[in-house]
Structure formats: structure tokens, C-alpha cells
Design a protein. Structure first.
Ligand SMILES: Cc1cc2nc3c(=O)[nH]c(=O)nc-3n(C[C@H](O)[C@H](O)[C@H](O)COP(=O)(O)O)c2cc1C
Ligand code: SF4
Length: 420
């Protein structure tokens, strides 16, 4: 199948605006701005079935339609923070196919009648930020960005804003506070950003990959897009594959068209586990979702199938751990990450991530008792459902997931050191 999002993998130099235009680039923008009303664009995105690619999988067109009628200005904020461990898809889009993304930003801003879009990009992506700024200027020179888009009445500005390296700023309301110059910490919801967002105004927040899907939807039609993937999970998806595989990288496939096994072992995908070893565990949404195991290899890669297997597809960062991986050790690494990245605003997450790490260290240092292992579950249950934002819940996933499938490894560490 020809790539729809990672077209750069098929078409050399598509980051150049001339090459992009020669391959149909900015035609969707013309169609939208010159031939459709904002509501018609929103309806097309609704019909397409596009779901947010940032993690939560919320229907994009529906999100756009939540904006209160008649309240202006409105803002579009693009989430380019991409800080989930093992996620690197937005980076490839921004660096290698920036115009498709920018075209998506302009069409989406038009659909929600916003005249200012902000791209919040993680500070560790300086090359992507520079490429985007250059691409925006190239688009401006062609009349796609600025005071009169395509010579008409619609105007739009795009600002690239660099973050400062905090995972929590990927949470949409922390991102808004950070954009406003405040410390990036999640806001209490409601009110939701659609009603009270950036600078207190109605705001839509979407992921980079989500918006890169918009030009093909407008160009080829919502029905065409809906025919790709499954009934509930439509369209193409980028899967970021890393860990113990022969060929890590970004791979695009229609949702539900391949299994975890295809992605990990397929010739056109990651080409198997290094050293021909067996798969032991698979993280499907970076560090934030419970791990799956080799017995789940035949699970289809779409939101519903991964959920039925007991995990979350999220941003589809697939990290493969081979048979030699020490699971409690790997879990501790993830607990360190979450303890470090917890913003500290609410107690169950601030204290809970600290105690999960203390307990994981005890396990790996051979100082834990069986009671400590039970305590890992207790602390996790005290975090779940009690935090202001999902980070707290994410922090419990590596622990509960590894205890579900690999409790024997924890017990071996306890028994090996004479504890009970
Ligand atoms: C702790 C945390 C980190 C997040 N990091 C990101 C991120 O790096 N990129 C992203 O697009 N969404 C991230 N999200 C999800 C966003 O809050 C939001 O749901 C998403 O940007 C919405 O865009 P979408 O509907 O297009 O997916 C994160 C959420 C949480 C709770
Ligand atoms: S859950 Fe954690 S990261 Fe989220 S607001 Fe509470 S302390 Fe901050």
C-alpha cells in the first residue's frame, strides 16, 4: 500500500515545497478554503472516523464540534511534545514530510475558524523546529499562510513554540499553561479546553500525526478514508517500533490490517528479534500501558483489539523486550521515569510514584519481602482513579502489567535473597 502519512518513505525530497506540490500538495487546502465552509470540513473529518493519534484516540471531528458557537478568538494548539518513551513518529513527519502536516494545520484552523495556530514542540527537537519554521515561511511565500490565504478572506498565523523538556507538558492542559508562560501543570477539568483553553479562549488541541491525516481526507474524501482500516478504527497509523528488534523504525499500516507478529517479524517491518531470540514482553504505548506478552503476538493492531488484549494502543510506540530481559529491572526504569516526570500537583501521584520507585529498588536490590510485592499492588490501587491527570495512572501500568504476567520474576528476586 502506498503510504498516506509517511509519504517521504516513497517520495524523495517531499519536504521541499515544490516536490510536495508536484505530488498533489496544498490541493486539499484549496479545496477546503475555496470550496467548503468550515462546518463542511468538520463534517468530512467526522465522517472519516479519524481518531486522535496522540494517545487517547478521541474522534477528531467531534472534538472540533465542541467549540461554543460564536465565541472568538479560537486557537488551534498542536501537540508536538512527543515525550512518551519509544515514540518518534511525529518527529519523522515534521522533519521529512512537514508540508503535509502544515497543510493539515491550516485546514484544521480554517475548520474551527481560528486565525492563530501554535505548534508546541519538544525542546529536544531543534532540527524539527527549524525545518517547520522554514516550511511555514515557504508556505507563506506561496500564499498559504498569512493575511490572505490563497488571496481570499481567511487569514492564519502559525507560531512554533519550543518546550523545555517536561513529559507532563504533553498533557494538553499543562501544555496550555506552559504556552502561557506558566509552570506546566495540568489544569482541573472541567472546564475543558474547548470552552476555556489558551488565554481562556475556546481551543482545540490535536496531535501532529492526527493533523497530517486531514489533507488526504479532504483531498480524497471521507468515504475513501473510512474504507481504510476497520469499521471502528479507520485510516492509516504509524507504528514506532523499538527495543530488541533487528530493524527499529516507523512503519505505516492501515489500522487493524496487521498483527503484532507481522509488525515485529515482517520483512517490510521490524524483521524479527535480535539474535533470533524469543519475544518476552511487548509495550504497546511506550511506558504508559500495561505490557503484553508473546501470547498476544497474534493481536491485531487497532484500538479495540489491543484494548481487548488488556492494554492500550495509545500513540502506538511498540517496545519489544526479548527473552533475556530482566522484567523487574525494566519496570524500575519506567518507575524512575514517572517519578521524575510527576509534576507533583496532586498527592496520590507525587507520593505514589515515589513509593513505587522505592519498592522497585528494594526488589531489584534483593531487599524486598513478599509483603513489598503486595505493597506494589496496593500503592498502584491507591493511585488509580485518584489523580488529576492520567500520568498517575500511566505510572502504575508498568508495575501492574509486569506483576500480572511476570510475578514469578519478582518472587525469584525475593526468594533468591532468603526473604519470604
Ligand atoms: C502525561 C501525558 C503526556 C502526553 N503526551 C502527549 C504527547 O507527547 N503528544 C500528544 O500528542 N499527546 C500527548 N498526550 C495526550 C494529550 O493530552 C491529548 O490527548 C492529545 O494531544 C490530543 O490530541 P489528539 O486528539 O489529536 O490525539 C499526553 C497525555 C498525558 C496525560
Ligand atoms: S497525576 Fe501526577 S502529573 Fe498529573 S497532575 Fe497529578 S501530580 Fe501532576
Amino acid at each position: 500500500m502506498d503510504k498516506i502519512i509517511l509519504r517521504n518513505q516513497d517520495i524523495p525530497d517531499i519536504s521541499d515545497i515544490d516536490v510536495y506540490e508536484r505530488n498533489g500538495g496544498y490541493e486539499a487546502l484549496k479545496r477546503a478554503v475555496q470550496g467548503m465552509t468550515p462546518d463542511q470540513v468538520t463534517d468530512a473529518v467526522k465522517i472519516s472516523g479519524l481518531k486522535g493519534r496522540g494517545g487517547a484516540g478521541f474522534p477528531t471531528g467531534l472534538k472540533w464540534s465542541f467549540l461554543p458557537k460564536g465565541v472568538f478568538p479560537r486557537y488551534l494548539v498542536v501537540n508536538a511534545d512527543e515525550s512518551e518513551p519509544g515514540t518518534f513518529k511525529d518527529r519523522e513527519i515534521m522533519e521529512k514530510n512537514p508540508h503535509q502536516f502544515i497543510e493539515g494545520v491550516i485546514i484544521s484552523a480554517y475548520a474551527i475558524q481560528s486565525h492563530h495556530a501554535f505548534i508546541y514542540i519538544r525542546g529536544e527537537y531543534p532540527a524539527a523546529a527549524r525545518i517547520l519554521e522554514e516550511a511555514i515561511e515557504a508556505a507563506r511565500a506561496r500564499g498559504y499562510v498569512g493575511e490572505q490565504v490563497l488571496g481570499g478572506d481567511y487569514k492564519v498565523e502559525i507560531t512554533v513554540h519550543r518546550g523545555a523538556g517536561a513529559y507532563i507538558c504533553g498533557e494538553e492542559t499543562a501544555m496550555l499553561d506552559s504556552l502561557e508562560g506558566k509552570l506546566g501543570m495540568p489544569r482541573v477539568k472541567p472546564p475543558f479546553p474547548a470552552v476555556v483553553g489558551l488565554y481562556g479562549k475556546p481551543t482545540v488541541i490535536n496531535n501532529v500525526e492526527t493533523l497530517a491525516n486531514v489533507p488526504p481526507i479532504i483531498d480524497k474524501g471521507a468515504e475513501w478514508y473510512k474504507s481504510i482500516g476497520t469499521e471502528k478504527s479507520s485510516g492509516p497509523k504509524i507504528f514506532c517500533v523499538s527495543g530488541h528488534v533487528n530493524r527499529p523504525g516507523n512503519y505505516e499500516a492501515a489500522l487493524g490490517s496487521i498483527t503484532l507478529r507481522d509488525l515485529i517479524f515482517g520483512k517490510e517491518y521490524a524483521q524479527g528479534v535480535r539474535g533470533n531470540k524469543n519475544v518476552k514482553a511487548i509495550l504497546t504505548a511506550g511506558a504508559s500501558a500495561p505490557m503484553l506478552t508473546a501470547q498476544h503476538l497474534d493481536t491485531k493492531l487497532d484500538y479495540e483489539a489491543i484494548a481487548a488484549a488488556g492494554s492500550i494502543l495509545g500513540s502506538a510506540s511498540i517496545i519489544v523486550l526479548d527473552e533475556d530481559t530482566d522484567i523487574p529491572w525494566a519496570t524500575q526504569k519506567m518507575s524512575e521515569f514517572f517519578k521524575h516526570e510527576s509534576c507533583g500537583k496532586c498527592t496520590p501521584c507525587r507520593e505514589g510514584t515515589y513509593w513505587l520507585l522505592v519498592l522497585m529498588q528494594r526488589v531489584n536490590e534483593g531487599k524486598a519481602s513478599m509483603q513489598d510485592i503486595e505493597m506494589l499492588s496496593v500503592v498502584s490501587s491507591q493511585i488509580m482513579g485518584r489523580t488529576l491527570c492520567p500520568l498517575g495512572e500511566f505510572a502504575t501500568s508498568p508495575v501492574t502489567g509486569s506483576l500480572k504476567w511476570f510475578k514469578n520474576e519478582y518472587e525469584a528476586k525475593v526468594k533468591g535473597n532468603g526473604h519470604s
